[in-house]
Design a protein around this ligand. Structure first.
Ligand code: NAD
Length: 431
């Protein structure tokens, strides 16, 4: 059994913020919130550093009999408000600093949406497209057994993220359950409905993105009918967001994935595009649209831009080209700190990830509650409760932004950080 390692991210708050990348952005956002709240250095340090980190080797027997050793991480940023919660990512870009940043954002997201969790994230450095389904099952099961001492329904509850899906969660749940000797549905969320998943979980992040996008457009006086949108990323979050935007009457004129982008003035037929992607693996080559150089998507003159792929895509080098009125962050960390300043100076309304893409963790919470009670809600009930929570958080963020004269990101982060700090201070420091 691998021993959990208590490993500090940095010797002092802000040290890890030097340089660029998601962790620097996350630390800069926390530092700004701490300044706004007037917290002292010790509390800042406590909030800046993960409570626990675990790095594991994952030996994999390939289908050809050879052995390859992969690396995986699980970072638990905070437990003050409840068990840790956060996705598991399979991507060649995964490294420990990225997982640390994503874990911190999960803490703020859970606090902002007032679900009773802290934040965590996991990742394996792997390109899942290069491995067979059987190999991915072995990787998932070995990773799960390595991190088993630190996960569980009362400790840390993984969910899908980039490169993983509900099948990955079913393998994790099975591995955990076999190990403890009984079925534990609540150890992961985002499971298939057949093994204790929640109706509405697979579409929850996208639905939440669209609830917030429509609210943000309305805030800018833009009605959905005739509004235009571009969506970067056509995976679990981006494809659903494009579909629900189109259903709301928004013309989704462009979408992209890691292979390229497509454009159609007047709006894409999103269900037809989804069928094309299911058949070919990419949006590229879709007959109902024209090809578009992928880098042009972010600068299209649309009302709404939804980055729903990876971190750092809006940066100092391209933020000035953004022509959208509203940016709604479907992805985690798509806007660097430098881009945030440029977008604000250009009058672009940016709705931050910890609010905009929180629909997934809200319905993960519903799934965990349903698993615990073994009592299942209807899809309509899930969707209605999701919408109510998303819009309540939107209202709260607008209120704090207006009261304190902050951007939406600053208001969201300040609200979340204050809730986490309050929980910590109320519990007290042990020993
Ligand atoms: P996914 O693996 O299902 O899809 C990712 C998509 O992004 C794919 O279409 C991929 O081709 C595309 N992509 C990758 N790099 C790209 C690039 N440089 N340019 C354009 N497209 C690119 O992953 P997902 O679950 O949809 O996650 C997307 C983002 O949303 C991530 O930041 C993730 O952390 C965040 N998120 C996901 C959930 C969830 O419930 N799945 C919840 C909250 C946040």
């Amino acid at each position: 059994m691998t021993t959990p390692v208590l490993a500090p991210a940095a010797d002092a708050p802000g040290e890890a913020a030097a340089g660029t990348g998601p962790l620097a952005d996350a630390q800069a956002q926390l530092a700004a919130a701490v300044r706004a709240l007037g917290y002292e250095t010790g509390l800042h340090a406590l909030l800046a550093r993960p409570r626990r980190e675990m790095t594991v080797s994952i030996p994999l027997r390939r289908d050809d009999g050879s052995v390859e050793v992969l690396t995986g991480h699980r970072v638990q940023h905070n437990f003050s408000r409840g068990p840790a919660k956060g996705g598991l990512r399979f991507s060649p870009a995964v490294d420990l600093d990225e997982v640390r940043a994503l874990a911190m954002w999960m803490t703020w997201k859970c606090a902002l949406l007032d679900v009773p969790y802290g934040g965590a994230k996991g990742g394996i450095t792997i390109d899942p497209r290069r491995y067979s389904r059987e190999e991915l099952e072995r990787v998932t099961r070995r990773y799960t057994s390595e991190i088993l001492p630190i996960i569980g329904p009362e400790r840390d509850i993984p969910a899908p993220d980039i490169g993983t899906d509900e099948q990955t969660m079913a393998w994790m749940m099975d591995t955990y359950s076999v190990s403890v000797g009984y079925t534990v549905p609540g150890v992961v969320t985002g499971k298939p409905v057949s093994v204790g998943g929640s109706l509405g979980r697979s579409s929850a992040t996208s639905r939440g993105v669209v609830h917030i996008a429509l609210a943000a457009l309305a805030h800018r006086g833009i009605t959905p009918a005739g509004a235009t949108a571009a969506v970067q990323g056509f995976g679990k979050v981006g494809a659903g967001a494009a579909l629900f935007l189109a259903e709301a009457g928004v013309e989704v004129v462009a979408v992209s994935d890691q292979y390229g982008a497509v454009h159609r003035a007047g709006g894409l037929d999103v269900p037809a595009l989804q069928q094309h992607v299911a058949a070919t693996g990419s949006v590229v080559g879709f007959a109902g649209a024209d090809p578009l150089p992928a880098e042009r998507l972010l600068g299209l003159a649309v009302d709404l831009l939804v980055p729903a792929a990876v971190e750092g895509v809006l940066h100092a080098g391209n933020a000035a080209e953004v022509a959208a009125s509203v940016v709604v962050e479907g992805a985690n960390g798509p806007t660097t700190a430098a881009a945030d300043e440029i977008l604000a100076a250009h009058g672009v309304l940016v709705v931050p990830d910890i609010l905009a893409n929180a629909g997934g963790v809200i319905v993960s919470y519903f799934e965990w509650v349903q698993s615990d009670q073994a009592y299942w809600w209807s899809a309509a009930e899930v969707d209605a409760r999701l919408e109510a929570r998303m819009l309540a958080a939107w209202g709260k963020v607008l209120e704090v932004a207006a009261e304190r004269g902050l951007s939406l990101r600053e208001a969201a982060t300040v609200t979340a950080v204050q809730r986490v700090a309050d929980a910590h201070l109320t519990r007290g420091l042990y020993p």
